[in-house]
Design a protein around this ligand. Structure first.
Ligand code: NAG
Ligand code: NAG
Ligand code: NAG
Ligand code: NAG
Ligand code: NAG
Length: 260
C-alpha cells in the first residue's frame, strides 16, 4: 500500500512537469513567431528595395513590377525558411543586404547581361584586392557589427560587414564579392550546396570552394538572376518549388516569369 504513494507522486510530478514543458513550448513558439514576424518585416523592406532597384534597371523586361515582385517575394504563406535561418544564425537582419549592396549587385548583373561578358568581381569595402573575407566567397555571408546602427535603405554607402562569416542560409543567395544575403525569389530553388568530391564543385551550383582553405565549406546559393552560369537555381523543368527550400514535381508556370 505504501508503495503506491511514491508512484502516485511521481505521476503527479511527471504530469506537472509535462504541463510545464507544454507551457514553455507555447511561450517559445509565440516568441519565435514574433521574431519571425519582425524579420519578415525587414525582409519585406529589403525586397521592396530590390524591386525598386530592379525595375529601375530592367525596365525593358518587367511588365508589371508590382505584381511580379509580389509574386516573387511574398513569402507570407510560408516563413519556415526564415525561422530556420534565425535558429542557426541568430539576428538574420545583420546579414541582409542593404540598398547599396543590392544596387551594386544588380548593376553588375545587368552590366554582365548587356555586355555578355564573364562575371567580373564586385569591388567594395568588404571584398576587394587587398581584403577578401570568407564571406566574399560565393554562398557565404558575414554580419555587420551588432553595435552599429545600419540603415537598410541607404543606397550609397556599403556598410562594413566583416564578422561571424558563415554559409548562406537555405532560401537565400549570397553572391561572390559581397558579404550579405538576399532572399531567393519564389520559384527559385536555393538549397545548401554539397561538395562533389570528384569535381570539387558545390552542387547544385557551379562554384568551387576556395583552394587552400580546407575549413571553408560549400555554402548556400551564390546566384539567382545570372542563370547563365547555373541553370539549376531555378526549379528543374517539370518541377515546382512552393518555397525556396522545397522542390515538388509538377507543371510549369513558375519557371522563368521572373528572369530579367
Ligand atoms: C521598413 O521601412 C520603413 C520605411 O520605409 C521603416 O519605417 C520601417 O521601420 C522598416 N521596418 C523594419 C522592420 O525595418
Ligand atoms: C501577400 O500574400 C498574402 C496572402 O497570400 C496577402 O494577404 C498579402 O496582402 C500579400 N502581401 C502583399 C504585400 O501584397
Ligand atoms: C578594400 O578593403 C579595405 C578594407 O576594408 C578598405 O579599407 C578599402 O577601402 C577597400 N578598397 C576599395 C577600393 O574599396
Ligand atoms: C560528381 O560529379 C560527377 C561528374 O559530373 C558526377 O558523375 C557524379 O555523379 C557527381 N557525384 C555526386 C555524388 O553527385
Ligand atoms: C581548421 O579547423 C580546425 C578545427 O576546427 C582548426 O584546428 C584549424 O586551426 C583550422 N585551420 C585553419 C587554417 O583555420
Amino acid at each position: 500500500m505504501d508503495k503506491g504513494r511514491p508512484i502516485l507522486l511521481s505521476i503527479i510530478l511527471l504530469l506537472s512537469s509535462a504541463l510545464l514543458v507544454v507551457r514553455c513550448q507555447s511561450d517559445v513558439t509565440s516568441l519565435r513567431q514574433d521574431a519571425v514576424a519582425l524579420y519578415y518585416a525587414r525582409v519585406s523592406n529589403l525586397t521592396r528595395i530590390f524591386s525598386h532597384e530592379m525595375s529601375s534597371q530592367a525596365n525593358r523586361c518587367i511588365v508589371d513590377p508590382k505584381t511580379d515582385f509580389n509574386m516573387a517575394f511574398n513569402y507570407s504563406s510560408n516563413l519556415e525558411f526564415l525561422a530556420t535561418c534565425m535558429e542557426s544564425q541568430g539576428d538574420v537582419s545583420l546579414r541582409l543586404c542593404t540598398a547599396a549592396e543590392i544596387k551594386l549587385y544588380l548593376n553588375n548583373v545587368f552590366k554582365k547581361a548587356n555586355s555578355g561578358s564573364i562575371s567580373s568581381l564586385i569591388s567594395n569595402r568588404n571584398c576587394n584586392f587587398s581584403t577578401w573575407l570568407p564571406g566574399c566567397e560565393p554562398g557565404w555571408a558575414c554580419e555587420i557589427d551588432p553595435t552599429v546602427n545600419v540603415d537598410l535603405q541607404n543606397s550609397e554607402k556599403i556598410p562594413s560587414r566583416t564578422v561571424s562569416c558563415q554559409a548562406c542560409c537555405e532560401g537565400f543567395f549570397c553572391p561572390q564579392g559581397l558579404t550579405c544575403m538576399m532572399p531567393c525569389p519564389l520559384g527559385a530553388y536555393c538549397p545548401r550546396a554539397v561538395l562533389n568530391r570528384t569535381t570539387s564543385i558545390c552542387e547544385p551550383y557551379q562554384y568551387q570552394p576556395p583552394v587552400g582553405h580546407p575549413n571553408h565549406t560549400c555554402g548556400g546559393a551564390n546566384i539567382w538572376a545570372d542563370v547563365d552560369s547555373s541553370e539549376e537555381i531555378f526549379c528543374a523543368e517539370g518541377s515546382y518549388c512552393p518555397t525556396t527550400v522545397d522542390k515538388e514535381p509538377c507543371g510549369s508556370g513558375y519557371m522563368d516569369f521572373f528572369l530579367p
